[in-house]
Structures are given as structure tokens and as C-alpha cells.
Design a protein around this ligand. Structure first.
Ligand SMILES: Nc1ncnc2c1ncn2[C@@H]1O[C@H](COP(=O)(O)OP(=O)(O)OP(=O)(O)O)[C@@H](O)[C@H]1O
Ligand SMILES: [Mg+2]
Length: 266
């Protein structure tokens, strides 16, 4: 854990150094705490989270697989100097949104790590409902250029920012590849200085929405559903992803008989 924290500190220092090289002026503060405090705070109901399989906010045995994934992901991303990761799957229902939320809360337990989780499934937004928050925000408005960024971002605690939509939009693909999307993401990065940004994507093989967005992320984590996702679907997705981004890894989700944790939990 200490090694990850020192790697995060080093990555921040390196980013600050690069920013000051580019601007010719001192970089912004390492902690843009003021920006975070202006975001509306939400406190999801723990029972609601548990009912929706969000098991990481308090740690414990159920959180272990997500904590392992968190650490591997962070290590790989910091190693490459990356911040943005898309969570993708070939088809619907493989558990992307659930995994993304669990990862976000697992990351949020590391109080020195700043995390953004953003819903990019604009056709069937589900993250807000899964968390039981966000009925009054529509991040898509910011992507359209019609809403102020900080009006549509929420925060949980001091280090987890949520970009959610309460309703679907009619032109998701155009929005995701429109000129505003990269600007909005850059502004979010500058304002919040996150260590990692998780993007919950729609199924890759159902529309061109995910493809339209991939050039804005550093890498992708591919989620396969045990006994459902086929080898051909994985191959096809890997090829598509490799054309536009880097596949960081594949997670086999919804295993009916996962390996036991051997009592190392809690
Ligand atoms: N590891 C898991 N084990 C069992 N069920 C799971 C697991 N992860 C998610 N689920 C369940 O699978 C269903 C689909 O999950 P989720 O909405 O996260 O998938 P998704 O990939 O985001 O779907 P979509 O492609 O429609 O956005 C939900 O009912 C969720 O509770
Ligand atoms: Mg989803």
C-alpha cells in the first residue's frame, strides 16, 4: 500500500513538473481541495449499495477481489503515466457498471487517491440508480455544452467524484465524439486533479458509442461474463480496442465458483 501511495505522489509530482514545463509557470497546487468542496456531497444508503452488489465501501472479505484489481490497475496505470480507463464489455449485462462502482469505492478507501467515476452509457444510464443518487444531475448537459461542470458533478467524501446521468440522451454517439467531450474531460482533470478516472461504457458490440469515445482514454479494461461471453466476442473486442486504445487486461466476471479467499479477509 505504501509503495502505491509513494508511486501516486511521484506521478503527481511528475505531472506537476510537466504542467509547469508546458505553461512556463508554476503548476497548480498538488491538491485542488477547494474545487472538490464546491461539489454537492452525496451519501449513498449502504443497504441500497449492498442490494446492488456494491460491496467495497467498507472493505472486508467481499471487497478483496476488487481491492486486488484496484491495486493492479493503479500500479499499471501509474507505471504508464495514465489516468483514464474505460470499462468495456462485448455485450450487455456482464457487470461493467457494478464492477466500475466497486472499483471506485475500493479506490475511495485509499484516502490519498482521488478518483472520478463517470457514466458514459448515455443510452441506458444505470450508475446513478445503482448507487441511489444523482436524480438531479445530467452530466450529458455538460458534454453538450449546456451545463456548468460543477453543477453536474457530485462527490462522496473528499476523494470520489461522480459524473452521472439521470436520463438517457438521444444522440449519445455524437455527444461522445463531439468537440466538447475532450474539452470537458481536460477541464475535469485540471479542476479535480484525479489520480484515476473510470469510465463506465455501453456494450462495445451494440453501438458505436464506445468506439467513439476510446480515443479519449488511455486504456481499457475488458469485462467478460463467465459462461456467456464467447471467445470470438473477446477476440473481436480486443482487436477493436487495440485499434483505438490499449487493452490493460481482461476480467472474467460473474464466476459461479470463484476461488475462496482462504480466510485472509477483514
Ligand atoms: N459479479 C457478479 N456476480 C453476479 N451478478 C452480478 C455480478 N456483477 C453484476 N451482476 C449483476 O448482473 C446484472 C448486470 O450488471 P451491470 O448492470 O453491472 O452490467 P453492465 O455490464 O453494466 O450492463 P449493461 O451492459 O446493460 O450496462 C445486475 O443484475 C448485477 O447485479
Ligand atoms: Mg452498465
Amino acid at each position: 500500500m505504501e509503495r502505491i501511495q509513494s508511486a501516486i505522489a511521484k506521478a503527481r509530482a511528475e505531472r506537476a513538473r510537466r504542467a509547469s514545463d508546458v505553461d512556463g509557470a508554476p503548476a497548480v497546487s498538488a491538491t485542488n481541495a477547494d474545487a472538490w468542496t464546491t461539489l454537492t456531497e452525496v451519501v449513498p444508503d449502504p443497504d441500497h449499495l449492498r442490494r446492488n452488489r456494491i460491496v467495497t465501501p467498507d472493505g472486508g472479505e467481499a471487497a478483496i477481489p476488487f481491492d486486488l484489481l484496484r491495486t493492479r490497475l493503479l500500479r499499471a496505470m501509474i507505471g504508464h503515466g495514465w489516468r483514464r480507463v474505460a470499462i468495456v464489455s462485448p455485450d450487455a449485462g456482464s457487470g461493467k457498471t457494478t464492477l466500475c462502482a466497486n472499483l471506485a469505492y475500493s479506490l475511495a478507501r485509499q484516502t490519498d487517491t482521488r478518483t472520478v467515476i463517470a457514466e458514459m452509457d448515455m443510452r441506458r444510464p444505470a450508475l446513478g440508480a445503482m448507487l441511489g443518487v444523482g436524480s438531479n444531475v445530467q452530466f450529458a448537459e455538460v458534454l453538450k455544452g449546456d451545463g456548468a461542470l460543477t453543477d453536474h458533478l457530485l462527490r462522496h467524501g473528499t476523494n470520489l467524484c461522480l459524473a452521472l446521468n439521470h436520463a438517457p440522451v438521444s444522440n449519445p454517439s455524437e455527444l461522445l465524439q463531439g468537440p466538447n467531450a475532450p474539452r470537458v474531460l481536460d477541464r475535469m482533470e485540471k479542476l479535480l486533479e484525479p489520480d484515476i478516472m473510470l469510465f463506465d461504457m455501453p456494450p462495445l458490440l451494440r453501438s458505436d458509442d464506445t468506439l467513439a469515445f476510446l480515443d479519449k482514454v488511455d486504456c481499457a479494461l475488458l469485462i467478460a461474463e463467465a459462461e456467456v461471453t464467447t471467445r470470438q466476442q473477446i477476440d473481436l473486442c480486443e482487436q477493436e480496442l487495440a485499434r483505438h486504445s490499449t487493452v490493460l487486461g481482461i476480467v472474467l466476471n460473474k464466476l459461479r465458483h470463484p476461488a475462496p479467499a482462504h480466510g485472509y479477509g477483514s
